[in-house]
Design a protein around this ligand. Sequence first.
Ligand code: GDP
Ligand code: MG
Length: 450
Amino acid sequence: MLDKLTQKVSDALRAVAGKATITEKNIDEAVDAIKMALLEADVNLRVVRRFVNSTIEEAKGEKVLRSVDPGQQFIKIVHDKLVSFLGDTKQDLELKGPDTISTILMLGLQGSGKTTSSAKLALRLKKEGRKPMLVACDLVRPAAMEQLAVLGTQIGVPVFKEDGAKDSVKVYRDASSWAQKNMIDTMIIDTTGRLQIDEPMMAELSRLKDAARPDELLLVADSMTGQSAVDIAKTFDEKIGLTGVVLTKFDSDTRGGAALSLKTITGKPLKFVGTGEKPEDFEPFYPDRIAGRILGMGDVVSLVEKAQEVYDQKEAEELQKKMEKENFTLEDWLNQLKSVKKMGSLQSMIDMIPGMAGQVNEEDIDKAELKSQEAILSSMTKKERANHLIIGPSRRSRIARGSGTSVAEVARLLKRFEKMRTMMKKMSKMSKNPKSAQSMMARMQGGGFF
Ligand SMILES: Nc1nc2c(ncn2[C@@H]2O[C@H](COP(=O)(O)OP(=O)(O)O)[C@@H](O)[C@H]2O)c(=O)[nH]1
Ligand SMILES: [Mg+2]
């Protein structure tokens, strides 16, 4: 994902990263290299220009050139610019509450990934506790209805289709009454696409939009098509109106031109990315995470800074020693859980770790699980936390009762703890530096070890 772009941008940044002083010339050179990288990535020219001008202006300000660590400051500026071009923050769907039916219209050209994305979105909403249904309004190709039906069965979401139907508005209306009878709260409508934008398609989609009055109009666009994805989004927005974009095949997009240009050119947020062919391969679009990935270095510095607010250096060193000696205890684990909570969202932690950004989503981390872990650990006595080996069956059942969990959960936590200790030992051998030990800890937290 975005490999080519990352390579070029991180090369450019590396040239200034460690410098004790940087000159205007250094900045010009770095910005120039990034500009070339963006152009090669098929980023829209207007976007590139804007990026270059604003970065240079800010980077040449007093703050950077005179700062203690100008290289880092410069990287931060580039990072923040990228985030802003990618759309600043994650944009959620705006759906109604579960007592009213929300409607999502999926639009896009043939082959862009509409049908696949409809199913992916349905699966995601289902996991969030909604009751979605899929509506087959691509009436042009009979195979399209069948494809949706197969996907629906696969993910356990009902699919409404009318074989031989000619009018998508009628299909929508029938689906809508079926939805009401069946306590559905979200209708996801898969629509007709053509190889190219044409009037009949737009007219049909317009009619469907007027009938369905959707809460979300999502354009599904193929990221591999670069600028043409952006042009298509622009046209759809002008003709039909969009609330957001789903960028598919992001797994194969090495360049990132569409992702970087979309928001600036169309004004519409990227809401999701498709990252593979399976129904699970679908993620919300996090601008900061993507920016971090493009920079290719993870924001180790701010991770450390953030961690530093909570941990003082001594504590970190002690922790490191403990990890080395393998006497990391349950007590330490509990402290760790508490301090991660203090540090803010897990996601922001995960995203700052090099190599982890984008690989672990906060959604993948079971927050309830973290809570129950904390409950279990808190229900132990200090003595038990200092030495987990004394926790036999009767202690286990007392802890389970005290924490409102089960003996099996307590046993699982202890097992995990053993595994963690082994992992930690390995990791601490890899790095003798307490700061990186902290990031390892966070990494394990993100990786579901805690
Ligand atoms: N690698 C990858 N393939 C995708 C993704 N989304 C869709 N596809 C594939 O793209 C092709 C077209 O998808 P489809 O949903 O049928 O497109 P539609 O014509 O717009 O409905 C299929 O082979 C999908 O498996 C994605 O995010 N990543
Ligand atoms: Mg389709």
